[in-house]
Write a protein that binds this ligand. Structure first.
Ligand SMILES: [Zn+2]
Length: 299
């Protein structure tokens, strides 16, 4: 496992000492630059360069408010944006479970709205920040969106071709009830969305997830997206079925705690989809490039 932090830097001051710091950063971090126009740097954790960049990021945050940003007030900031993790073979071998994370997109932006396939969490949704909706109907997408793919990320969740579903069912790792058909607008079959029957609780909590809202009527919980690396107790990992989903839901709220005026905004929440070691081993053997995030045993 290798961990990196992404930094962005900007300097529009002409003040000599700030420009000096800016140029020094660019020089010292040159080899980690991943985007020159955006001035983005991806620096491995545990290196002297990271310590240097991290210190500067604490010292030079972007303090402008929205108005000042709109009016191009001069700025000098170094922003540590996110931690990015890459996993190696050994990580996949020692993992106790895996989160489904297909990268190839297959969804249709132009046609339809989320209301075509989503509804409220319950009859009387009662959320304090944003009303939670969940997917409750089949996706309808043009056949060309999925094309000849074997697997793909959807607007919500993930879908697989018939042969992947058959493989999982024939291997005893899933049943027909673990999949929801993806169809065209005329109802013709395209592929299958992974919609596991088996839910389990506690994954968000186990990974220090930040609970941001709960429906007071049905108790659905909404967490901020979790930070990697993920952890799970061995006991929980052993209880997993081939395909599983978390009981708790996730979906980001950018402005935490913001009270919305007027009609409350709505947002579709989704669970994490998690497979056990057996399902990973069968899928990885047949589709070596299928993407998953390893989940490690909790120490
Ligand atoms: Zn509810």
């Amino acid at each position: 496992m290798k961990q990196y932090a992404t930094f962005s830097i900007e300097c529009t001051f002409t003040n000599e000492s700030l420009v000096g710091i800016y140029n020094d950063f660019r020089e010292k971090c040159k080899k980690y630059c991943i985007d020159e126009d955006m001035e983005l740097y991806r620096i491995p954790l545990g290196t002297k360069t990271y310590d240097y960049a991290h210190e500067l990021a604490l010292k030079y945050p972007d303090k402008r408010n929205d108005d000042e940003i709109m009016n191009d007030k001069p700025v000098m900031y170094i922003d540590e944006i996110e931690i990015f993790i890459t996993y190696e073979k050994a990580d996949y071998e020692k993992a106790v479970a895996y989160r489904v994370n297909f990268w190839y997109l297959a969804y249709d932006y132009e046609d339809g709205t989320p209301d075509d396939f989503a509804g409220y969490c319950c009859d009387k949704p009662d959320w304090s920040i944003q009303i939670g909706k969940v997917q409750n109907r089949n996706y309808r997408i043009p056949k060309s969106e999925f094309g000849k793919r074997k697997y793909a990320m959807m607007m919500l969740g993930y879908a697989v071709a018939d042969e992947v579903r058959d493989l999982l069912i024939n291997s005893g790792l899933a049943t027909e009830r673990d999949f929801l058909e993806v169809i065209t607008r005329r109802g013709a079959h395209i592929c299958w969305q992974i919609m596991p029957e088996h839910e389990f609780s506690g994954f968000m909590e186990e990974n220090d997830g930040e609970l941001i809202d709960t429906c007071q009527t049905c108790g659905m919980k909404r967490y901020q997206p979790l930070h990697e690396p993920y952890r799970m107790s061995r006991e929980q990992a052993e209880k997993l079925y081939g395909l599983n989903r978390t009981h708790e839901m996730t979906g980001p709220i950018m402005e935490e705690g913001t009270e919305v005026e007027g009609p409350k905004a709505e947002h579709i929440l989704e669970p994490l989809y998690i497979i056990n070691r057996e399902a990973y081993s069968v899928l990885h053997k047949n589709y070596p490039r299928m993407q998953f995030v390893p989940i490690f045993a909790k120490k």
